[in-house]
Design a protein around this ligand. Structure first.
Ligand SMILES: [Mg+2]
Length: 405
């Protein structure tokens, strides 16, 4: 079996999303995906990765992974090369699974569980569907139009009790919110004014008053703070016992993160922005986190994510998979979680899952009563909608083995 064609798909409605399709000469098609800087990743895949991949045996996953990291630069962070290579790795696992007629989680070590509880990231339908950022300019809060029942960002800001009850009633185990981000943008993260601290904490307090401990609360800080301000937020949240605080600081000073983690009894979660084992090794050696978050489409693929999980296991640190990006990454995360003993919980965004994920793809991992399982079928299971290439606003770019000869 040989790789003969590499397609990328970009979407006007989801400009951060990049879908990869690898074709073999036996007609097997594997899907990959990554997020942010879609045009940069597209350029990397056609300009560089295609030369390594086309004409090659897709089952040589480890060898191809090694060769794709041999472009001399671009492998140390989560830049376009690493994100592109991550998408390739997913597509190769998908091909191997489909050609063996086995689901990917069986190839990653076999199932250690049949399902896993999910938490909901309280984003709305349009969250991060514009410029490549997570700042409030990309929150896509609905103005005066109701876009659906799951405008959960507007929900946590303005009606946290109702949102918490709605999620509890769907038996979702936790809810992730980011009530301090606007204050961080105003101050540059150097400090948090008392009124902003009180306003953010009040949202958590209202959730606790409404549903008690029937739902876990994750507080996302998006790496926007300097350490003293993040420590102050953590102290103020301690009475409400959040499930975790996520990304209190950027991941570029892990000693600072370790100091913060030591300063609070609240578990600290971090890692989705880190590339591969070298970064996670430092994170774990420094005891800088209580939960390691991993995103297979940013960290180097499913192969690297599994190795990160193994590394985390040696430090008795559970791993939690990211999902706020796209349907193929979500499926990959679920296969990861079904096969890794240390997988703690799966992130989901019900606004995405119920709307545009289903608009782009079929056979998504099913979520039933707050638990997600792998989709039936071989490979990653997820399939693109058959008419996707012909839809307006979809840009398909192709490299073939013939272009290379
Ligand atoms: Mg996050």
């Amino acid at each position: 079996m040989k790789l003969v064609q590499l397609d990328t798909l970009r979407f006007a409605a989801h400009p951060n999303l990049l879908v990869l399709r690898l074709h073999t000469d036996e007609g097997v098609i594997g899907l990959g995906e990554t997020f942010f800087g879609a045009r940069s990743v597209e350029a990397y895949l056609h300009e560089s990765a295609a030369a390594t991949l086309l004409g090659r045996d897709p089952t040589a996953i480890r060898a191809l992974e090694r060769e794709l990291a041999d472009y001399y630069v671009g492998y140390l962070g989560t830049g376009a090369e690493t994100r592109g290579n991550s998408a390739v790795n997913l597509a190769l696992w998908d091909i191997v699974g489909r050609s063996l007629d086995r689901p990917v989680h069986e190839l990653l070590g076999g199932p250690v569980r049949d399902d896993l509880h999910v938490y909901n990231t309280c984003a709305g339908y349009g969250y991060v569907q514009h410029e490549p950022s997570v700042s409030s300019s990309n929150w896509a809060l609905p103005e005066d139009r109701v876009t659906g029942p799951y405008e959960d960002l507007e929900g946590f800001l303005h009606r946290p009790e109702e949102l918490a009850r709605s999620l509890r009633d769907e038996r979702v185990s936790g809810m992730k919110i980011w009530p301090f981000d606007e204050a961080a943008e105003r101050t540059g993260g150097t400090h948090i004014p008392d009124a902003d601290l009180a306003q953010g904490v009040e949202i958590v307090a209202r959730i606790r008053e409404a549903v008690g401990h029937d739902i876990d609360v994750m507080v996302e800080l998006h790496g926007l703070w300097y350490r003293p301000a993040a420590e102050r937020i953590a102290r103020a949240l301690e009475p409400y016992e959040p499930y975790w605080i996520e990304d209190p600081l950027r991941g570029d000073d892990l000693e600072a993160l370790a100091a913060l983690t030591a300063s609070t009894p609240i578990p600290i979660a971090m890692g989705e922005t880190l590339a591969g084992r070298p970064a996670y090794r430092r994170l774990l050696d420094l005891r800088a986190v209580d939960i390691a978050i991993v995103d297979p489409v940013w960290t180097g693929g499913l192969s690297e994510a599994v190795r990160v999980a193994d590394l985390a296991e040696t430090a008795k640190t559970p791993v939690a998979t990211h999902d706020c990006t796209g349907p193929i990454a979500f499926a990959a995360c679920v296969h990861f979680s079904m096969s890794q003993p240390g997988a703690l919980i799966q992130e989901t965004v019900r606004a995405f899952h119920s709307s545009w994920y289903a608009d782009l793809a079929t056979n998504l991992p099913p979520i039933v009563a707050g638990r997600v399982s792998a989709p039936p079928g071989p490979g990653l299971g997820v399939e693109l909608q058959p008419d996707l290439d012909e839809r307006p606003g979809v840009t398909v770019t192709t490299s073939t083995v013939r272009d290379r000869s």
